[in-house]
Design a protein around this ligand. Sequence first.
Ligand SMILES: NC(=O)c1ccc[n+]([C@@H]2O[C@H](COP(=O)([O-])OP(=O)(O)OC[C@H]3O[C@@H](n4cnc5c(N)ncnc54)[C@H](O)[C@@H]3O)[C@@H](O)[C@H]2O)c1
Length: 322
Amino acid sequence: MTLRSLVTGGAGFIGSHLCEALIARGDDVVAFDDLSTGVASNLDALTGNSKFRLQIGDVLEAHAVNDAVSGVDRVYHLAAAVGVKLVMEQPISTIVTNTRGTENVLAACAQNSTRVLITSSSEVYGKMGSAQTKPLAESDDWRLGATATRRWSYACTKALDEFLALGYHDQRALPVVIARLFNTVGPRQRANYGMVIPAFVQAAKAGRPLIVHGDGTQSRCFNHVADTIDVLVRLMECSAAIGHVVNVGNDQEITIGELAAKIVAKCASQSPITHLPYGEVYGVGFEDMERRTPDLTKVRGLLGAVRTRSIDETLARLVTLE
Ligand SMILES: NC(=O)c1ccc[n+]([C@@H]2O[C@H](COP(=O)([O-])OP(=O)(O)OC[C@H]3O[C@@H](n4cnc5c(N)ncnc54)[C@H](O)[C@@H]3O)[C@@H](O)[C@H]2O)c1
């Protein structure tokens, strides 16, 4: 049976790769996107494919969402205001898009009994990463900073999305899977919203300084987008994942200082690596976490083996593409 899939945020970085993967397995696919941070050219590879359509639309418009959801078998909800920079600059639209937009999607799916996967974020762990002595598991507590510290609003919207999704599952029997994504990287990720790898690669290639925020000892784990997509598609079809929050990411850590040095070397660049205090980047009071490593026990328990390619493998291809 051919599945009909709707991908909200389908013109974005992860969404466009997901559309390609779904088309490759034979689905009929509609990408639903308002092109606020996504671009139609991300979907160039699918232009002219009779099984694919890009629908320009806003997840804040409930009628449009309802129309898009009715008649499809699967909904992947990726549309969101994403990236720390965007959150810092546009708090109102971020909060509204990420909460009301998700509510519209969940309500439409509940009305149509449509299986849906929503993309949450490792941001919901908040400061837990700072005191992290072990990888972060889905059942761990979360700890956000004061509401006056704007960066936590993004985490809060994604946590609220998770509560809503679980509520729809419990109260309205909605078949929903919640994928809590950790850093995902790959082709088409754009630098302008504060994403570190595209920013570093572009700077290294242009011979500009790579600007490391803070002292660079903070570590992150980067998952290649193809590995993220593989897990999202498998989770959607995994009945045991319904009603669950599941970490999706890579558990190999690298410090941001090491990452900058690696990128300079891989680009054979002469760029210097400089440091900028967080306060000068995002304003006084900005908080970041030292570590953020996922515990992948749950996803492996549900799906079996999941691929997590190394940062060297991920960067090798990226530096030739950017
Ligand atoms: N990239 C990561 O590392 C990462 C990490 C954690 C979670 N996520 C989640 O994955 C999802 C996709 O993120 P991404 O990195 O591809 O970001 P992205 O900005 O490239 O994609 C988001 C897409 O949503 C669209 N969009 C925004 N507001 C919309 C609206 N009101 N109506 C319709 N479309 C709208 C944008 O135009 C864009 O195409 C998001 O939900 C994000 O929170 C991503």
